[in-house]
Write a protein that binds this ligand. Sequence first.
Ligand SMILES: Nc1ncnc2c1ncn2[C@@H]1O[C@H](COP(=O)(O)OP(=O)(O)OP(=O)(O)O)[C@@H](O)[C@H]1O
Length: 215
Amino acid sequence: MHLSAENLAARRGEDLIFVNISFHLTTGDALVLTGRNGSGKSTLLRVVAGLLAAEKGDVKFVDNSGRSDRRPGEASHYLGHRNAMKSELTVAENLAFWKEFLGDSEGGLGLSVEEAADAVGLAGITHLPFGYLSAGQQRRIAFAKLLVAYRPIWILDEPTAALDAAADRLLAELISGHQKDGGIVLAATHQPLGLENATELKMTGFAGVGEGIWG
Ligand SMILES: Nc1ncnc2c1ncn2[C@@H]1O[C@H](COP(=O)(O)OP(=O)(O)OP(=O)(O)O)[C@@H](O)[C@H]1O
């Protein structure tokens, strides 16, 4: 499996956010995006997930069987800043919705709702409305969404925001487990996640980008 980007550039509104971003990731790899606020980490993740069009360049995905006709977004879980859960539905209902809606993609099977809640240390509270949970518990459940439906690529924007130290470690272990199972991870973070096989890509934002870059 390969996920690669060649000379990506992206714009938000009128502003060019970054140019000439390239990377090549293979089975088990992680790319950790670092850089100051506003340097373009979320923008790059959204481009890779297919949620934002690149201004220039391309992202390519080749799966384990050599198929290259699927867009990277179709093979990805995207965990953004928001948790993408309905406050008034229970934790179990939210996760069951995502399990049914996303389904498993080729190459793996998702956990049951209870197994996924257990994996993030919250097996006992799946009957509660999502809105009753603390911020850290909500983030853990948002992460459990990644476990109920299999996707080979995980795209994570500040996955450990709002988490305590124990949950930090738990999620880092789940991310490492995904890598060991052959998955690929892209994560933007301000805190070290302690991942193995990880390459750091320091985003610098638009500063210093001159005229004439479009050649
Ligand atoms: N919809 C938008 N329209 C215009 N500019 C935007 C839009 N969304 C983001 N930006 C700008 O794009 C730049 C990059 O933002 P981005 O969210 O990618 O940064 P980041 O590195 O993820 O920051 P943080 O560490 O704060 O999460 C910022 O200057 C931001 O103001």
